[in-house]
Design a protein around this ligand. Structure first.
Ligand SMILES: Cc1cc2nc3c(=O)[nH]c(=O)nc-3n(C[C@H](O)[C@H](O)[C@H](O)COP(=O)(O)OP(=O)(O)OC[C@H]3O[C@@H](n4cnc5c(N)ncnc54)[C@H](O)[C@@H]3O)c2cc1C
Length: 311
């Protein structure tokens, strides 16, 4: 039986599992995705015979937290200061944002493509069931976005009631590549008041050597929320038009585009405490939704849970 089962290999799950492992506990991490890092995500696309990496989730990481700063220092090949983030001391991943969680997860036992469907308490252990497997653990740490908790532990579980009223904002995201353009402003544009509230030159991140100009655009919360139920092809097309207008580029020069709809992008009203724990002190819930809409908040939540479990 495992000492601890961690559900979710985003930054919350990784920070928690790293500490638990360092304390000598037998820890396994399960994630439903094919990659590691959750919303610290990178999508690859082959464009004109070259692999281009688009960071379509978190754009950068800041590290006011000393333990996160130390961890980033340890993976300095994968986390490099990005001057054009619009935030001093912001790190981007090399070769992509997902390289940061991958490097931080080195040495952890992580099983990917394992979606936990059910979690049940059996007197003195927890049983987690996935589509193909089951796992027994003395204690469980769930780090999935809060709306995905109740379907796993049950709507009637006392912890599910504590999540009522929390809210995630969506974020519609466009990845686009153009023929190289020498004469346009490639600095990051952040303006919450307009439809495309974040536009950044993805190819300008540290150590990218793209032969095309790759751009990343995120729509504002209002614009995104209004299109949650709209078909994705239409939303992508709308974003393509907005991006070409914003950059004054000819749509005919667009070589590639891809779209992602994040329904649970950023927590609007974080819980205000780093985690929740059940009455048996053996089921912990954590994530960025506890402390704030940042990678750093996810890291702090996972760290706080590990500290509680090893105290
Ligand atoms: C578009 C966008 C832009 C952002 N920009 C920034 C930024 O620039 N800077 C910043 O600091 N933050 C940014 N954020 C926020 C940041 O990405 C998050 O705060 C942080 O990555 C959350 O980490 P987490 O581990 O709490 O959750 P997640 O990263 O969501 O990880 C949860 C994991 O749980 C897994 N999972 C879910 N359900 C199950 C299940 N049933 N079984 C198994 N596994 C499951 C998921 O696959 C996922 O890997 C951005 C987010 C988005 C979406």
């Amino acid at each position: 039986m495992l000492d601890v089962l961690v559900i979710g290999a985003g930054m919350t799950g990784i920070s928690c599992a790293r500490r638990l492992r360092a304390s000598g506990l037998n820890v396994v991490v399960l994630d439903k995705g094919r990659g590691i890092g959750g919303r610290m995500a990178t999508r690859r696309a082959e464009i004109d015979g070259q692999i281009i990496r688009f960071d379509h989730g978190a754009q950068y990481v800041t590290a006011r937290d000393a333990s996160l700063q130390q961890a980033l220092n340890e993976i300095s090949d994968s986390a490099v200061i990005w001057d054009d983030a619009g935030k001093p001391g912001a790190y981007a991943g090399v070769p992509g944002m997902s390289s940061i969680p991958k490097a931080l997860a080195e040495g952890l036992t992580i099983h990917q493509s394992e979606r936990v469907e059910r979690l049940e308490f059996h007197a003195d252990y927890w049983l987690a069931t996935t589509e193909t497997d089951s796992w027994q653990a003395k204690r469980v740490v769930m780090t999935v976005p809060f709306p995905q908790v109740a379907p796993i532990i049950g709507e009637d579980h006392p912890l599910s009631a504590k999540l009522i009223g929390l809210e995630f904002a969506p974020c519609m995201t466009l990845m686009a590549a153009f023929k190289p353009q020498a004469d346009i402003d490639k600095s990051t544009r952040l303006n919450e008041a307009i439809d495309l509230s974040w536009i950044t030159f993805n190819s300008g991140k540290p150590k990218r050597e793209d032969a095309v100009d790759a751009w990343l655009a995120q729509a504002s919360v209002e614009w995104s929320a209004a299109r949650v139920n709209q078909d994705k092809v239409t939303t992508e097309q709308e974003m393509r038009v907005l991006l070409c207008e914003a950059l004054s580029l000819d749509p005919a020069d667009m070589l590639h585009s891809a779209f992602h709809s994040w329904l649970y992008a950023r927590i609007v009203n974080p819980l205000g405490v780093p985690y929740l724990v059940d009455e048996t002190q053996s089921l912990y819930l954590g994530g960025d939704w506890c402390l704030g809409a940042r990678v750093e908040s996810a890291w702090q939540s996972g760290t706080a849970i590990a500290q509680a479990l090893t105290a």
